[in-house]
Design a protein around this ligand. Sequence first.
Ligand code: PMP
Length: 285
Amino acid sequence: MGLKVYINGQLYDKADAKISVYDHGLLYGDGVFEGLRSYGGKVFRLREHLDRLWKSAKAICLKIPMTMDEMTQAVNDTIKVNNIQDGYVRLVITRGSGTLGLDPNRCSDPQVIIIADSITLYPAEFYEKGLQIVTVSTIRNHPAALSPRIKSLNYLNNILAKIEGMQAGCVEALMLNHNGEVAECTGDNIFLVRDGELLTPPVDSGILEGITRDAVMELAREAGITVKEKTLTRHDVYIADECFLTGSAAEVIPVVKVDTREIGDGNPGPMTLDLTRRFRELTRR
Ligand code: PMP
């Protein structure tokens, strides 16, 4: 049996799961999404993802045509029907099919899409040895233009940065904000360790409020580590003892080189390894 995709309350075979070419999600990137993980058939922090989805939708004046409880049920049903244990869920709400003009009021009905599948973002080797990343010249969206807190279908800012990173031979890239401060990577939040403290840019630096980021900060605090949300510069990254990234798809992944500078001794550091272990335990609880 092939993969089933949920669209507006119905399940379709993957090959038949289609939406209109007039959908403003396609025409203009007008919509919002979430990427979630399931572990042992249970979605990790589903409520937090739905809260963020609803907030993203609110910010773009998009009304999600169902309740959070109905969405919870739909996500769980889609995972179940596809027999997903450890997998990845993509939740997409588009503006719906409309006319060939920007006006969102001329779109008929938002489309709710749920894809439950598997994902391998990076090869296992990167988790063991750590990533090498570069800072790219594409800055993160100015919050007054398109807030990075909105997880919108318009991901070109991140894709352009990713292309730059890949051209430099890296699978992930560091993005600065409009003030030249460290923001985040193209699909992951960034953390540094310095003098035993865990540092990460605040939301004000123009980042997505990552759910994995929140989980890791909680775990660190539980472990007695001082956690600071602090404005960071590239210099802070270069002189850090450790660096790692977090994201639903990436989970926790060490970074060992940034712009050709070795971070710490060039190996994944002890706090990174400890928090990785704690995160794994949390997801398997
Ligand atoms: N920043 C960006 C730009 C992202 O796309 C993601 C992945 N959704 C993250 C950070 C990490 O967020 P989360 O931990 O909620 O997946």
